[in-house]
Design a protein. Structure first.
Lengths: 722, 156
């Protein structure tokens, strides 16, 4: 682990502890039994700790405090726990935890899922919880047999007294075990003895995702529930000045129309009448300053700023002198647009609000914040709000909203409607709803020595801060620098002796948020594409230059070499096809990718094959790691080739998949993923696959056509043959 | 009043005839496996079968189902034994899973009409279904695998 990473980890841990986090084993003992568990369908379940229950029918229920949004955590966390519990894997199932301090993220100190941190942060705790349960099950058996626990072992949901081969099932022991205090010291297996962790295991949620039984937030129906859609301001920051709902109320099925802080809600018996009703609303908006926003003008402003000094995020050596003394210098400007998350499941929340309690069903990545926000709107204490985390039909960061926008709004609607209500966003609402990946503009300069190696590198970044003004500001923003604005740029692994990274953080009304891989989604592109320019300017092979600059980074060097080798870097390809290469370090994981690309006469880019290598430490479920890299590559390709959010007169100009298009099956390349075997602590996999694909493709386009791509999305008109 | 069958069961609904079939299936019949993704027939999450043809139910008025046989994801097998379900499970296709009902319903029509689809056939049949998690490479593998399973069983 790099020094920088270790320092970052310590900072996070400190911040998490300040918010009341940290590993507090004492909280995990069985006294804590949420009321929600009363509905358990397993026969007479006994809680062995906050993370596992066992029923008399032998069902083992693992409680996940992290949200399942596709990343496979509803399988990986049970695998970790069961590695120590030694239950029969066929008996293991999973459910989402309620919101409680015991379920807080070990680093962030609140209940949330994000930052590609679940496996990393729960790797020890879930194994400890499994071991704790096994120890008390063995103790219960030993007590009933009046034997020394040391003479008993656990195997496939049975405790076995080794000398006599006497057996008792976990289900028969669970209740007695739940009354035994676990020891403070819980030894864990040596990883070489793992039987589950590190082996490819079928996901527990796959069957329910192939027959329609998986329950997402949108699938929640409760008695008496109405459905609402909300008309929101056409520009960010706009407010309702006045409205007329007469025609909306005339639509059969529309029950009520209410004003809420975010707009006007049409409440109906079902989605369709609510949507028809919304189309009939007449609303006068007080648009405010957001109506002046134009991304064309913003780009001009950003471009100018990028050539002025910003706040210094990192400085190594004397870059100004090194640039002045270089035998060759090159400069370039890079740009990427605002991007919407576009989870396939549009946002939705069900709220059942009563005088003294509130129940919420939604797909959240940010439960502690969402529960607190709902409580505030409802005038309740957070403990009076029960939040059920449903499966998330994609998250990508959108469901970890710092303002709890969709939960707050749904609670406002329920409060005004005086009925249980499900607020549903349409795809248009999602695409125009803001909380985008920021638009970024980068200026680079590099100086080369007589051998063509870079000796100076300056990088100025312009774009909105995500964390400033949020609860994350205190540990995410230091001296005006949001760490997510410069990640992947200020901490590059390449050994360049003189380096400076500067930042401008302009403000405007467009709300921005983390979007799968956050700052890396832009720095991965700009840094790796500019490095490719540096290689060509110095007459170097882009792979070989990276090898040279990574001489002191053995883990990245190993993934780079693996990707290059598996992609046959340097070998001949069919005419018109070329390769591009990129690496990126993010979420403590090392990734390299090689893309094989051709460009058609009309400028259409065809990505034929992407080879990826990853070092993410020890893997829990290797097939999930591969799936996350595959998915990250497709997600990154959509950003590379397809999507941009633009605004004119404050209005978002895209609305649905027709003008905010996704990569589809026929455009999806062959993807090969290779994992570097490692015994290091696990690191992130949900996001690190995203950053390297856009530069790998852009660099391949240069190799194929001689045309340098410096902005995303890549536009065919820029690549058309004359 | 519009009558049709859903997964073999006769139903009569009172929704206005222009209501999209998707919202009748979800809000009136409480079959939630069929998903809402775009409302414009652009993403395929709402794909169902009407008399064996793949239909984007978010834009198909319920009147179109009158007297016909509608099949949703809940109806393609009672016990996860459809070759596509078997292949999906074997290859662990889904990530978030939200689009997969639609993916399977589109693939089911492909497989019914073409017992050994090529990659090009899959591109053609499946490009109306978006997966934001990027499971396309696994969907492709799983369709090929389902074709094998179907063949081993001696056709359908």
């Amino acid at each position: 682990m790099s020094v920088a990473t270790e320092m970052k980890r310590r900072e996070f841990l400190k911040a998490g502890a300040a918010l009341g986090g940290g590993l507090l084993i004492s909280l995990y003992v069985p006294e804590f039994v949420p009321a929600a568990w009363a509905t358990d369908s397993a026969a007479k379940p006994a809680a062995l700790n906050a993370f596992v229950r066992i029923g008399t029918d032998e069902t083992v229920t693992v409680i996940s405090n992290h949200s399942e949004m596709g990343q496979g955590i509803y399988t990986s966390l049970p695998m970790l726990l069961n590695e120590e519990l030694e239950a029969d894997w066929a008996r293991v199932r999973v459910e989402s935890s309620p919101v409680d301090a015991v379920y807080n993220h070990t680093v962030f100190g609140i209940m949330m899922t994000g930052g590609s941190t679940t496996t990393n942060s729960e790797y020890d705790r879930f194994r400890q919880m499994g071991a704790m349960a096994r120890i008390v099950l063995i103790a219960a058996a030993a007590q009933s047999w009046n034997v020394d626990p040391q003479t008993c072992r656990a195997e496939k949901s049975y405790v076995i007294h080794t000398p006599t081969s006497r057996r008792a099932s976990y289900g028969s022991l669970a209740e007695a075990a739940s009354k035994i205090a676990p020891p403070q010291d819980i030894p864990l297996k040596d990883p070489k003895d793992f039987t589950l962790v590190g082996k490819p295991v079928h996901r527990l949620d796959t069957p329910s995702k192939t027959n329609g039984t998986a329950q997402f937030g949108l699938d929640v129906y409760i008695p008496g529930m109405l459905t609402a859609v909300v008309a929101r301001a056409p520009v960010f920051g706009g407010k309702v000045a006045s409205f007329n709902a007469d025609q909306a109320k005339a639509i059969p099925g529309v029950v009520n129309v209410v004003q809420v802080p975010s707009g006007v809600a049409v409440i109906a018996k079902g989605f369709w009448p609510a949507k028809l009703g919304r189309e009939k609303l007449e609303i006068n908006w007080d648009e405010g300053p957001g109506a002046g926003i134009s991304t064309v003008e913003m780009r001009e402003k950003y471009s100018t700023m990028s050539k002025t000094p910003g706040l210094v995020a990192r400085k190594v050596g004397d870059p100004a002198a090194a640039l002045a003394g270089a035998v060759k210098t090159i400069t370039a400007e890079y740009e990427v647009p605002y991007l919407a998350h576009c989870m396939m499941e549009p946002l939705n929340t069900v709220v059942d609000l009563h005088e003294d309690r509130c129940e919420i069903w939604t797909g959240s990545q940010f439960q502690t914040g969402d529960r607190a926000a709902a409580a505030k709107v409802a005038g309740l204490k957070p403990e009076q709000v029960t939040l059920h985390t449903m499966l998330l039909g994609g998250g990508f960061g959108r469901r970890a909203n710092v303002a709890s926008d969709f939960v707050t709004e749904a609670t406002e609607v329920a409060k005004a409607a005086k009925a249980p209500v499900k607020v549903v966003w349409t795809r248009e609402d999602d695409i125009r709803g803001g909380w985008y990946r920021p638009m970024w503009y980068d200026h680079f300069a590099a100086g080369l020595d007589p051998n063509g190696n870079p000796v100076a590198w300056t990088h100025t970044i312009v774009g909105q801060s995500i964390m400033t003004g949020t609860m994350f500001e205190s540990f995410g923003v230091k001296d005006g620098i949001d760490s997510t604005s410069v990640e992947g740029a200020a901490d590059i692994l390449y050994g360049i002796p003189n380096l400076q990274v500067e930042l401008h953080s302009p403000k405007n009304e467009v709300p921005v948020q983390w979007w799968r891989s956050v700052g890396h989604s832009h720095t991965g592109f700009s840094v790796e594409a500019f490095l490719d320019e540096v290689a060509h300017a110095g007459g170097k092979d882009p792979y070989q230059l990276r090898r040279t600059l990574l001489a002191n980074q053995p883990r990245m060097l190993a993934v780079l070499d693996l990707a290059a080798q598996k992609a046959n870097w340097g070998s001949a390809l069919p005419v018109g096809r070329a390769r591009g290469i990129a690496t990126h370090f993010s979420f403590d994981s090392y990734v390299a990718q090689v893309a094989e690309v051709s460009v058609e006469k009309d400028g259409t880019v065809r990505v034929h094959r992407v080879v990826a290598a990853v070092d993410c430490g020890r893997t829990v479920n290797p097939d999930t790691v591969k799936a996350q890299l595959e998915g990250g590559i497709v997600f990154g390709l959509t950003a590379a080739l397809k999507t941009e959010i633009t605004l004119e007169k404050g209005r978002v100009q895209q609305r649905n998949f027709n003008d905010y298009p996704m990569v589809r099956m026929f455009e999806s390349p062959v993807i090969e993923v290779f994992i570097v075997p490692s015994t290091e602590h696990p690191t992130g996999v949900g996001e690190p696959g995203v950053p390297p694909v856009a530069p790998a493709v852009a660099n391949a386009i240069f190799a194929a056509t001689g045309k340098r791509v410096r902005r995303l999305p890549i536009k065919p008109e820029d690549l058309r043959s004359a | 009043m519009i009558s049709f069958t859903v997964n073999g069961k006769a139903v009569t609904v009172e929704d206005p005839p222009s209501t999209p079939l998707l919202w009748v299936i979800r809000d009136s019949l409480n079959l939630t496996g069929t998903k809402f993704g775009c409302g414009m027939a652009l993403c395929g999450a709402c794909t169902v079968h009407i008399d064996g043809q793949a239909v984007r139910s978010c834009v198909a008025p319920v009147s179109r189902a009158e007297g016909k046989k509608v099949t949703t994801i809940e109806g393609i097998s009672p016990d996860l034994t459809h070759p596509l379900q078997q292949a999906w499970i074997e290859i662990d296709v889904p990530q978030c899973g939200y689009c997969q009902s639609g993916q399977i319903m589109s693939a089911a029509v492909l497989l019914a009409e073409n017992s050994a689809p090529s990659d090009e056939d899959i591109d053609e049949a499946m490009s109306g279904n978006i997966c934001r998690c990027g499971t396309y490479p696994r969907i492709r593998r799983a369709i090929h695998r389902a074709a094998e399973i179907q063949a081993q069983r001696g056709g359908k």
